[in-house]
Design a protein around this ligand. Structure first.
Ligand SMILES: O=C(NCCc1nnc(-c2ccc3[nH]cnc3c2)[nH]1)c1cc(-c2ccc(F)cc2)cc(O)c1O
Ligand SMILES: [Mg+2]
Length: 214
C-alpha cells in the first residue's frame, strides 16, 4: 500500500537536503511537514526552544526518549561538542530504520547511539551497556503516559544528578497532565513552562523544562 509517512519524510530529505548538512535536513523535514503532510516532529518553532536549552546545558551525556524519524535527534546532535554522545531510544523498528538513515544523511551517526526497545527495559541498562554515570540532559518525546514512570526510573537508576535538565515535549497537546503535576509539585524539581505551538499548527503546545535539584 505504498510508502509509510516516515518513508515519505526520508524521501523528502534525500531529494531536498544536502548530505552531511544537518541544517538542510532539518529544513527539508520542516518544509515537507508544513506544506505536504503533518508529522509528529518537535518542529521548527518548538525546535528553537530545544536548541536554546541544549546550547545552554551543553551536555556531555544526553538521552532522547522517542526518536520517531530522528528530527529532534538531528537538532540535538548537531549542537553537541565533539566527543559527546546522544543516546536515543525508539520502540518502533520501522521508525528506527528511517531515523538511522536520516541521522546518517545528516552526517551525525558518530554522535548518536540509537537503541531499539521499550524505554522501561532499556533505561536500567544505560550504566552497564553505555558506561553512563548520569545524564546532563533528557528530552522526553515518546508515549505521553511513559513520561512519569520513566522519570521515576531515571531517578531510581541514579541516572539524574544535581543539575540534570529534563525537557518534555507535548505537555499541552496531546498533553501530559500527570507529568506536569509530578515535576511541578515535587520539591526536587525546578520547573518552567515554555509556551509555543503544536508542530506546524496554530494549536497551543509547549515544552516543560525541569532541573533536578538532587
Ligand atoms: O505520540 C507522540 N509521540 C510519541 C511517538 C513515539 N515515537 N517513539 C515512541 C516511543 C514509545 C515508547 C518507547 N519506549 C522506548 N522508546 C519508545 C519510543 N513514541 C506525539 C504525538 C503528537 C500528536 C499531537 C496531536 C495529534 F492530533 C496527534 C499526535 C505530537 C507529538 O509531538 C508527539 O511527540
Ligand atoms: Mg512530540
Amino acid at each position: 500500500t505504498g510508502l509509510s509517512r516516515p518513508q515519505r519524510i526520508l524521501k523528502a530529505v534525500q531529494k531536498n537536503a544536502t548530505k552531511g548538512n544537518p541544517e538542510s535536513v532539518i529544513a527539508a523535514i520542516d518544509h515537507y511537514c508544513r506544506h505536504s503532510e503533518w508529522a509528529m516532529n518537535v518542529g521548527d518553532e518548538k525546535g528553537l526552544i530545544l536548541d536554546s536549552v541544549v546550547t545552554e546545558v551543553n551536555p556531555s551525556t544526553a538521552l532522547e526518549l522517542g526518536t520517531y524519524c530522528g528530527y529532534s535527534t538531528v537538532r540535538i546532535a548537531r549542537l553537541l561538542s565533539p566527543g559527546t554522545k546522544l543516546i536515543t531510544l525508539e520502540f518502533n523498528p520501522d521508525y528506527a530504520a528511517i531515523a538511522r538513515q536520516i541521522i546518517a544523511y545528516a552526517g551525525l551517526q558518530d554522535k548518536v547511539i540509537l537503541v531499539e526497545g521499550p524505554s522501561g527495559d532499556l533505561i536500567p541498562k544505560m550504566k552497564q551497556q553505555h558506561g553512563i554515570k548520569s545524564f546532563d540532559f533528557v528530552f522526553l518525546d515518546h508515549w505521553k503516559d511513559r513520561y512519569v514512570p520513566d522519570t521515576k526510573l531515571l531517578e531510581e537508576c541514579g541516572l539524574l544528578r544535581k543539575g540534570s535538565v529534563l525537557l518534555a515535549d507535548n505537555v499541552i497537546c496531546p498533553g501530559t497532565p500527570e507529568y506536569l503535576k509530578y515535576v511541578r509539585n515535587d520539591p526536587r524539581y525546578e520547573s518552567r513552562y515554555f509556551k509555543s505551538n503544536l508542530e506546524y499548527t496554530k494549536v497551543e503546545d509547549g515544552l516543560e523544562k525541569s532541573v533536578f535539584l538532587g
